[in-house]
Design a protein around this ligand. Structure first.
Ligand code: PMV
Length: 319
């Protein structure tokens, strides 16, 4: 017997970091890059195989629920939620979401694992419950996650997210043409988040002002998305990047790719996710898309991906 389940990657459009401190943020699912979990029945106790995550096979023990390993913990949490005593077989994780690059790999892998275990037992794991379980695992990845990654990845819809608030989905009036470009530098979100936390302690008022400015950008961005104003949305994204630089979560490599996108005619560009490394996101239009992609490749981006958000299925390609 073979059972499959999957979950998408994600990109934060605006609002990262400030979202950890109660300001809103907007994130988009990336439906064409996915983590897939494939279950195969065997007579042995459950083993997770995740070569794409550069990990050796992992045998799941009875104490998975207490594991410090995020994958084992997700299995343990799912089994507990579904009331399963034990699971036999093999789950292989195949993922085309780059790790440690701000595209939601950890949350997507967790969501796919939860879904496949539920599916193979012929039961449904409602999105709301799955979201809570993935959030528990995200705490192990990030320390103090806002919850935006698990939310967008589990529901696979554009979200306007406020920590602790109810989930709000956004209607995209005009499809958003997006280019993502990877610096090739792996970076741990938890480190960037910890540095921002130190800054909050050292300069609380100044940092709160930066968060407020980011929050205002997110609120206006939502209006632009819902009313179809890409030109203004682009300006807001670039302004958000300047504020993230002021928060000290950018890097010369990220700034270089942001400039390359803007110089080639992008409507706006910024880092996306935890920062320091990982990806930039650029908003483009039909005319500027090829030049922006080309300029990012020439500027040294490792992987350039094009996607359209808000038109049902997404069109993607990678260089
Ligand atoms: O997982 P990443 O790298 O896309 O970053 C998540 C966004 C942060 O705001 C930096 C952290 C969080 O938990 O919201």
């Amino acid at each position: 017997m073979i059972v499959n389940a999957s979950a998408p990657g994600k990109a934060i459009l605006v609002g990262e970091h400030a979202v950890v401190y109660g300001r809103p943020a907007i994130a988009l699912p990336l439906s064409s890059i996915r983590a897939n979990a494939v279950y195969r029945r065997t007579r042995s106790p459950l083993t997770l195989i995740a070569e794409d995550l550069a990990r050796p096979p992992l045998k799941i023990n009875a104490d998975a629920i207490e594991s410090s390993d995020p994958l084992a913990l997700m299995v343990g949490l799912t089994m507990q939620f579904l009331g399963l005593e034990n699971v036999f077989g093999e789950i292989s994780i195949q993922s085309d979401i780059p790790i440690a690059s701000g595209l939601g790999s950890g949350a997507a892998v967790s969501a796919a694992i939860g879904r496949v275990i539920a599916r193979l037992h012929g039961t449904n794991l409602p999105d709301e419950a799955l979201n809570r379980l993935v959030f528990e695992v995200e705490k192990q990845h990030h320390g103090t996650p806002s919850g935006i990654d698990n939310t967008v990845v589990v529901y696979e819809l554009p979200v306007y997210f406020v920590k602790g608030g109810s989930v709000e989905f956004i209607d995209i009036a005009d499809p958003l043409w997006i280019v993502l470009a990877d610096t090739g530098i792996a970076s741990l979100t938890r480190d960037a988040v910890a540095d921002v936390r130190s800054r909050v302690h050292l300069a609380p008022c100044q940092t709160a002002r930066l968060f407020d400015d980011i929050g205002a950008i997110v609120i206006e961005s939502r209006r632009c998305i819902e009313r179809g104003n890409p030109t203004r949305l682009g300006e807001l994204m670039t302004a958000n990047h300047r504020l993230l630089r002021a928060l000290n979560v950018s890097s010369p490599e990220l700034d270089h790719l942001v400039d390359a996108a803007l110089d080639a005619g992008a409507l706006g560009s910024k880092l996306s996710g935890g920062g320091r490394g990982g990806n930039i996101i650029a908003l483009v239009d039909k005319e500027s898309a090829p030049a922006v992609k080309q300029s990012l490749v020439e500027a040294g981006a490792r992987n350039v991906m094009f996607t359209v958000a808000g038109q049902g299925s997404q069109i993607d390609d990678s260089d």
